[in-house]
Design a protein around this ligand. Structure first.
Ligand code: ZN
Ligand code: ZN
Length: 409
């Protein structure tokens, strides 16, 4: 298949299976400038599916960097509230949301950490009204990725630019299953598989998960009334969507006060332009009380100091070590892909959908059940071919869930 054919299949999969755009619905896209060819394909498929208006907001790495190089010191607490409020307005009016990732993962490496954390905090705060409508699944939404020259170079530093870009596109098409003869049917079967896992886990009502592996000894309590999700799901507007393409995870809400022990990252984390690697943390009653990282320690420290909830967990996800993304052997330096290569945890905000009837409960009720609240939500990978996971039942008995990184159920 030619690149154009694959790009078109990927765009169609995004519109049909990812977003499931409805007739008369608006669509808001954010994308890197280098993703224009993909955005054009997506836009065409969205209109063909009946979208009433497609609006794209482009970002450009060079202009993002220019701020750090040339803006006055006092400028780093600014954020475009008006833009995010407008996005929230669009979602309240029923617009669907597509985020296309593809930025240079190391764009802001080496920039002043204080400025970065001020800028990130201001942005997170301003973005909150829009983000809550997304994480609460008020609307149908989807995140995908586009290969860009800078991202491709970070993934394949030794290849010539054109070849690196081509390899990254191939990997994206393979991991998203867009290169299969009938991607939409393949995704239906994939969703059914994930559904079997979540049905099993929801039936067991585990009180906690116990992780054991090299450098890992962690007891991770689950929120009361936690609910496992995976694959596609129904948004509150009644539209079935797949929020992540690809996705291989089943995930739920940890208890924000009941995580104890030690865990290490198994893959690098790319966060807001910094690469963080070799993370090791110790939890006490849900909170990170000790941390170190071999690379990007300051960036990780600043992330978990964003607010009280940023040092606690908001998500726990199980992914088999044999997932297609893991099998590709590629470290993508991009969470959308890397989180689907390995079991992971996320510091920060939890998803209301991971609590039974979460959308009907108040913030206070959710917190009382153990759900976490924060301005941030950042996944990092802890899974490997050496990790064992046990489910701990209400009576304290344990059952093997994963052995050497693979499902044992
Ligand atoms: Zn996840
Ligand atoms: Zn997450």
């Amino acid at each position: 298949m030619t690149h154009q054919t694959l790009l078109d299949a990927y765009a169609r999969l995004t519109v049909k299976t990812g977003l499931n755009i409805q007739s008369g619905q608006q669509l808001l896209i954010t994308a890197p400038l280098d993703a224009v060819p993909l955005v054009r394909r997506v836009t065409e498929h969205a209109y063909r599916a009946g979208a009433s208006l497609v609006t794209t907001i482009y970002a450009d790495d060079e202009t993002t960097l220019a701020r750090y190089l040339h803006a006055p010191e006092e400028a780093f607490d600014a954020a475009p509230d008006w833009l995010f409020n407008g996005m929230a307005e669009a979602f309240k009016g029923g617009a669907a949301r597509l985020a296309i990732a593809g930025e240079n993962p190391a764009l802001l490496a080496g920039q002043d950490q204080g400025r970065l954390s001020r800028a990130n905090k201001a942005r997170s705060k301003a973005y909150r009204p829009a983000l809550e409508l997304i994480t609460g699944f008020t609307i149908n939404w989807c995140v995908i990725a586009a290969a860009t020259p800078a991202w491709a170079k970070s993934v394949f530093p030794d290849l010539p630019a054109e070849e690196a870009l081509d390899r990254l596109w191939q990997a994206i098409f393979a991991c998203t299953k867009a290169d299969q003869p009938d991607p939409i049917a393949v995704w239906e079967a994939h969703n059914a598989d994930l559904r079997r896992r979540t049905d099993f886990l929801n039936g067991r009502r585990y009180r906690a998960l116990k992780y054991t592996g090299p450098g890992v000894d962690l007891m991770l309590g689950l929120a009361e009334d936690h609910f496992w999700k995976g694959g596609g799901g129904m948004a509150l507007n009644g539209v079935f969507c797949n929020a992540n393409i690809p996705t291989e995870e089943v995930f739920t809400a940890p208890h924000k006060d009941m995580v104890d022990g030690i865990v290490c990252s198994s893959k690098p984390l790319s966060h807001q332009g910094s690469l963080i690697d070799g993370i090791r943390v110790r939890f006490e009653r849900g909170r990170i009380v000790e941390m170190s990282a071999e690379k990007g320690e300051e960036a990780f420290r600043s992330l978990i100091s964003t607010d009280e909830g940023a040092a606690r967990l908001g998500e726990v996800a199980l992914v088999p070590h044999s997932s297609p993304i893991s099998k590709s052997g590629i470290i993508f330096n991009n969470t959308l892909f890397d989180e689907n290569a390995a079991s992971h945890i996320a510091v920060g905000q939890s998803y209301t959908e991971n609590i039974r009837d979460g959308s009907k409960r108040s913030k206070e009720e959710l917190a009382a059940l153990g759900a976490n609240a924060s301005l941030v939500h950042v996944d990092w990978m802890i899974g490997s071919g050496e990790l064992d996971v046990d489910g701990i039942l209400a009576d304290g008995k344990s059952e093997a869930l994963m052995r050497k990184g693979e499902w044992a159920i």
